[in-house]
Design a binder for this molecule. Structure first.
Ligand code: GLC
Length: 434
């Protein structure tokens, strides 16, 4: 049954790929066709269309088509791996999650070979450049780092006499319980306290990392390769998260991703939402019901005076090694990752730039400029420590944590199981290093 489901999923994803992808338009004699893979939701598709028009006006011999990727980063990753396996050139340039670079490396154009076209003197966050540099080769350009926040309803905190958003997860749980009870008693039966990314995928890995790291429970695997998940602090964090399901969070949160959790908050039916910085643009857009009611703060800490541990997210631009037009692909990549484009992304999409000097640009919102400091406290997923097997690590983490959330496993059993699974993967990682 599981096998059948997998086949069906891959088939339906293949369909999307072909429907939106680069196979239906033929190259004409005088134009080179390139396909750019980027997000399909929020304000991003429109901005990408505008950028493509600009690029085509400069490079009149190139036409660019946009491939709109499906929601959830795991599905996008699966599509690109499918493309690499058949050495397909369906997508030439694409947005790559920060955690993919280590495992996709072999299939990406080495940008260091195009020094004229790629600005290597960049002044970008060094940790991201390092993430994207493998064996001395730059295989992806930093596009934007991503940080996560707690969105909250300012009006409701005020209504119930809370002056500030919660500092700890326990405080958050307490506020959510009180306000959810109050709003339901006042007639809104659908009101919930807290929504987040609880579906079994990469988004849950980020959420779980935040809970655990903020309880000083580590980051599953540490940078030296040590598997650290089996500890009392991690258990405490996961027990708290388990207690949210069916109380301050609806059971359906275990099927939510970034977009669906946002919809609940945006419909006015949630007090707290955990999400990435870019969602601020959507929540406060003119047509948003919660436009003037949305507050944003650092994620809570696990323990008093603990760290506000947000997961380090982010996207890069990579070019497919099997592209038929590598030089033009790198030109497109370079344009789409340029400082000017990153500035536009910051202004329109509320993406933090990867170019450090843009944080001094007063045309950008104060909020974006201040976001630079947040990156100093973000916690990275163990994608470098587990490269090239991070995909397996991620799947073990998301499915086990999901089991905890849906009540199939205790937090204690889960960390014990994860320890064994992650040790096994790290064994394979060590073999590749020998
Ligand atoms: C965001 C982050 C990315 C992360 C994903 C998880 O897009 O930028 O790094 O993997 O969310 O859903």
């Amino acid at each position: 049954m599981k096998k059948l489901l997998l086949i069906l999923t891959i088939c339906s994803m293949t369909f999307v790929f072909i429907a939106c992808g680069g196979t239906d338009e033929k190259e004409t004699d005088d134009k080179i066709m390139l396909t750019y893979g980027g997000a399909a939701s929020g304000f991003e598709p429109q901005l990408l269309e505008e950028l493509i028009v600009e690029f085509e006006a400069i490079h009149t011999n190139i036409k660019v088509k946009r491939f709109a990727t499906p929601p959830e980063t795991d599905n996008v990753r699966a599509l690109y791996f499918q493309m690499f396996e058949s050495k397909s050139s369906d997508v030439d340039v694409f947005q790559a999650d920060v955690v993919w670079v280590g495992e996709m490396e072999d299939h990406l154009i080495n940008l260091s070979e195009y020094p004229e076209s790629v600005d290597l003197s960049t002044n970008m966050f060094p940790s991201i450049v390092e993430n994207n540099t493998i064996d001395g080769n730059l295989v992806a350009m930093p596009l934007f780092p991503d940080s996560s926040y707690l969105y909250y309803r300012k009006d409701l905190l005020e209504k119930y006499g809370y002056e500030n958003p919660p500092v700890t997860y326990e405080e958050m749980t307490e506020m959510a319980t009180t306000i959810q009870d109050g709003e339901r008693a006042a007639g809104n039966a659908d009101f919930v306290g807290f929504v987040f990314q609880g579906n079994s995928y990469e988004g849950l890995v980020c959420n779980a990392l935040e809970w655990i790291a903020s309880y000083n429970g580590g980051s599953f695997i540490e940078s030296d390769g040590r598997v650290s998940i089996n500890n009392e602090n991690a258990i405490e964090a996961l027990e708290l998260a388990q207690s949210w399901i069916g109380t301050i969070s609806p059971a359906g949160v275990t099927g939510m991703n970034e977009d669906s959790a946002t919809q609940v908050f945006q419909s006015g039916n949630a007090l707290f939402l955990r999400n990435w910085i870019a969602f601020y643009a959507m929540l406060t857009a003119d047509d948003s019901v919660v436009k003037d009611k949305t507050g944003i703060s650092l994620l809570p800490t696990g323990i008093a005076q603990g760290t506000h541990a947000g997961a380090l997210g982010g996207w890069q631009l990579a070019a497919n090694k099997y592209s038929k037009h590598p030089e033009e692909a790198v030109m497109l990549l370079n344009f789409m990752a340029s400082k000017q484009t990153q500035k536009k992304r910051a202004m329109v999409l509320n993406n933090s730039p990867a170019y450090v000097e843009l944080y001094l640009d007063t045309e950008l919102s104060e909020f974006i400029r201040d976001s630079k400091d947040v990156y100093e406290n973000t916690v990275a997923r163990p994608s470098s420590a587990a490269a090239p097997y991070y995909g397996e690590v991620s799947r073990y983490i998301s499915s086990t944590i999901h089991d905890v959330l849906i009540g199939n496993m205790t937090a204690r059993d889960a960390v014990g199981k994860l320890e064994l699974d992650l040790e096994e993967v790290m064994g394979k990682v060590k073999e590749t290093q020998n």
